[in-house]
Ligand binder design. Structure first.
Ligand SMILES: Nc1ncnc2c1ncn2[C@@H]1O[C@H](COP(=O)(O)OP(=O)(O)OP(=O)(O)O)[C@@H](O)[C@H]1O
Ligand SMILES: [Mg+2]
Length: 287
């Protein structure tokens, strides 16, 4: 039996176990949430896609920013990581105008204190990527905050540090993905602080759950873009006339299969490896 440790928490997607005082085991389940509601039906292997992709990016970005990765377990969904003191903000980078960024821009011409040029359309590419922090809401939706509000939570210097790290990570991964036909429209990071007070990238990195992935070949600003993965589930749920409150609808078999295929396709296009090879040997993603 592999070491599992003490259960210390559950998120919408992950179960957390303490292996010892310094190490955590993050186990990504196959749960899927849409419109912030966890659906009663799971997507087989979705957790493995998230863990495999995160590990893939952690090894490739370690020189840009230290991260919490220690090992990937043979089950492909469990990540051993350094246990950190998490910062109480979500670090979002936007390269394109979508989601709450688009909403805020329409209302005020700004996103998190960044004044943007007039006349931008939904899904337009921004001249330069912007850092748009948000609160970590215990319940409900995260709320966008200004740099000053973020400074009130973690200090001016730490904000400058997470901003620089977030932008560097986004630039690297968005260039990498663009060469493989995928636009990373925006992404969210969570950082923690280690024993020595150093900033460390934690949680997950550049997964379909933490990022908007758009297929580059069908990109057409001026409207919402179909996302690579969850759009399929969202469209199905909307077709039922569901009111987007808990409980969500069960998913039929074809929607489950189609969603799984899209998560797997995102994994394969970004890593340029077969997902079956990952299932056979999860550690292969570290090379
Ligand atoms: N290295 C780490 N040390 C301590 N806590 C961590 C570390 N990495 C991630 N976490 C925490 O583990 C949890 C991961 O679980 P999960 O992603 O399911 O939760 P969530 O963020 O609440 O949900 P969602 O991602 O759907 O908003 C988060 O609370 C995250 O802050
Ligand atoms: Mg999370």
């Amino acid at each position: 039996m592999p070491e599992v440790g003490t259960h210390v928490g559950s998120g919408k997607v992950r179960e957390l176990y303490a292996l010892d005082g310094d190490r955590l085991l993050l186990v990504a389940s196959d749960r899927i949430s849409t419109f912030d509601v966890v659906l009663p039906t799971e997507i087989p292997d979705k957790g493995r896609v998230l863990t495999g992709l995160s590990a893939f990016w952690f090894v490739r970005t370690g020189d840009l920013c230290a991260n919490h990765l220690l090992a990937v377990r043979p089950d492909g969904r469990s990540l051993e990581c350094r246990r950190l003191k998490m910062l109480p903000i979500e670090c979002v980078v936007r390269g394109y105008l979508a989601g709450s960024g688009w909403k805020d821009y329409q209302a005020s011409g700004e996103v998190c204190g960044h004044a943007l040029p007039e006349g931008l359309r939904e899904s337009d590419r921004l001249a330069t990527p912007i850092f748009t922090p948000a609160t970590k809401a215990e319940t409900g939706h995260d709320e966008n905050i200004t740099r000053e509000q973020a400074s009130g939570l973690i200090g001016v210097e730490r904000v400058a540090e997470v901003e620089a790290a977030s932008l560097a990570l986004y630039r690297f991964a968005s260039d990498y993905a663009a060469e493989r036909g995928i636009i990373i429209a925006d992404t969210k990071f969570e950082f923690g602080i280690d024993e020595e007070g150093r900033l460390v990238l934690a949680d997950e990195a550049f997964t379909p759950d933490s990022s908007r992935f758009w297929p580059a070949d069908s990109y057409a600003p001026g409207a919402a873009q179909p996302s690579f993965d969850k759009q399929f589930v969202r469209d199905y749920c909307e077709s039922l006339g569901w009111d987007k409150t808990d409980p969500g609808p069960e998913l039929p078999e074809d929607v489950v299969a189609g969603t799984r295929a899209r998560y797997v396709e995102a994994f394969e296009r970004l890593t340029e490896r077969s997902f079956d090879a990952y299932l056979d040997e999860p550690e292969s993603v570290l090379r």
